[in-house]
Ligand binder design. Structure first.
Ligand code: FAD
Ligand code: EPU
Length: 337
């Protein structure tokens, strides 16, 4: 295993702060996953697998080994009359994989177009957007269990997928994801539940959208709405949208009639965290070189600091504010290290 020493993490994560890692390597083959796990045990130092670094915030130097996942490859395992099963390397770029499937006419993940990051990270927080979660299309996840030193093939139920979480997220670094197997549809069911998708299709006069039309609409929406991380470093939504009870919702709605939330069951509501932050007048607010994006308060932007901790301190100030005003505790979506 080739190790580099004392490497700046600036080029390896979206927030582009200048924290360092003591050791750095890349993983290009399956056996290198085992090497990383063994090195960590033998040297009694932690390891961290990094994908594209679009959802991490380093607040300090990493005193261990960071291994960047670069295993690629898309393999067709089986093609049936209506479905196709694809095994994909953890280091594949997520959006490229989506484009590959659309080009082949295989549907299911088109609503997840343009989400940054790698295929291997997609099950970790069960990426989701515009009415679809990746869990809908995952058949299984192959991962190395660094506790039992065995390879495990997790079927979908075993992955414990939920809103922005999974077994892999909850067990924090125990499993190293090697491949993800997707089950995609040859006759895709088109999902246009999100009003904004329908609006874009209507503007383009598309009455019977294909998966490609949906993907193009999503790309247009996301390109207009989200800040480009290369120009305005960010990790997407910094917090999850909090879930509250129906009673909590009714009390808050009476006090804040503009509150944006939608029911997720008979007993609970999901609240738009972006609205909560904006309602505290923090949309576009900056402290030093960190701020809430002027068009979407849930996105924290690094306007030039090299200190991940400065970003973390800003995020904690938002949490405090929201708790004081609404009695809601925001949960961080970004992986803070
Ligand atoms: P990283 O940031 O590198 O890692 C994320 C976590 O996964 C870390 O804890 C890391 O240790 C772990 N990890 C990564 N790969 C592996 C592996 N192979 N094995 C074990 N652990 C691993 N997310 C959404 O859900 N929906 C969105 O709409 C969305 N929009 C975004 C928009 C922007 C502009 C940005 C910047 C981010 C957005 N995100 C969104 C978040 C991000 O795209 C996802 O979380 C993505 O899956 C992260 O992929 P990554 O490869 O960059 O992971
Ligand atoms: N809103 C405001 N002010 C703001 C931001 C949002 O009032 O500053 C309102 C919007 O007007 C809208 C509601 O809040 O009515 C929801 O906003 P938006 O549609 O922008 O979506 P979101 O809930 O902020 C979620 C995901 C995104 C995903 C989009 C589209 C989470 C934490 N975030 O954002 O995922 O792309 O929906 O499905 O669930 C990510 O996880 O990193 C991410 C970007």
């Amino acid at each position: 295993m080739k190790l580099q020493h004392n490497i700046s993490l600036k080029p390896y994560h979206n927030f582009a702060c200048d924290e360092k890692t003591q050791f750095f390597t890349t993983i290009k083959r399956q056996d290198e996953i085992i090497n990383v796990a063994n090195w960590s045990k033998e040297n009694k130092k932690p390891f961290l697998i990094l994908g594209a670094g679009t959802n991490v915030l380093f607040t300090q130097n990493f005193e261990g080994l960071i291994a960047k996942m670069e295993i690629v490859g898309i393999k067709k395992l089986e093609e049936l009359a209506t479905e196709v099963f694809l095994e994909v390397g953890a280091g594949e770029n997520w959006h490229h994989f989506v484009m590959y499937c659309i080009q082949k006419g295989w549907g299911g993940i088109e609503n997840l177009s343009l989400i940054p990051g790698t295929v291997g990270a997609s099950p970790i927080q069960n990426i989701g957007a515009y009415g679809v979660e990746v869990a809908n299309c995952i058949h299984s996840v192959n991962a190395y269990d660094t506790q039992s030193n065995t390879w495990i093939n997790f079927n979908k139920a075993a992955c414990l997928f939920d809103y922005r979480t999974s077994l892999f997220k909850q067990t924090n670094n125990r499993y190293i994801i090697h491949t993800v197997t997707f089950k995609l549809q040859k006759q895709a069911s088109i999902k246009t539940d999100y009003g904004v998708i329908r609006e874009v299709l209507h503007d383009k006069n598309i009455k019977h959208p294909s998966i490609s039309d949906i993907s193009n609409a999503i790309i247009q929406i996301r390109s207009q709405k989200l800040p480009n991380p290369k120009l305005l470093p960010n990790a997407g939504s910094f917090f999850k949208n909090p879930c509250i009870t129906k009673l909590q919702y009714e009390i808050l709605k009476a006090k804040f009639p503009e509150l944006i939330a939608h029911p997720i069951s008979d007993e609970s509501y999901k609240v738009a965290a972006g609205w909560l932050i904006a309602a505290c007048d923090w949309k576009g607010v900056t402290h030093g070189q960190v701020g809430c994006y002027e068009n979407q308060a849930l996105i924290i932007i690094n306007y030039g600091t090299n200190s991940g901790n400065e970003i973390f301190v800003f995020s904690e100030a938002i949490k405090k504010l929201i708790h004081e005003k609404f009695g809601i505790t925001l949960e961080t979506e970004v992986n803070v290290l």
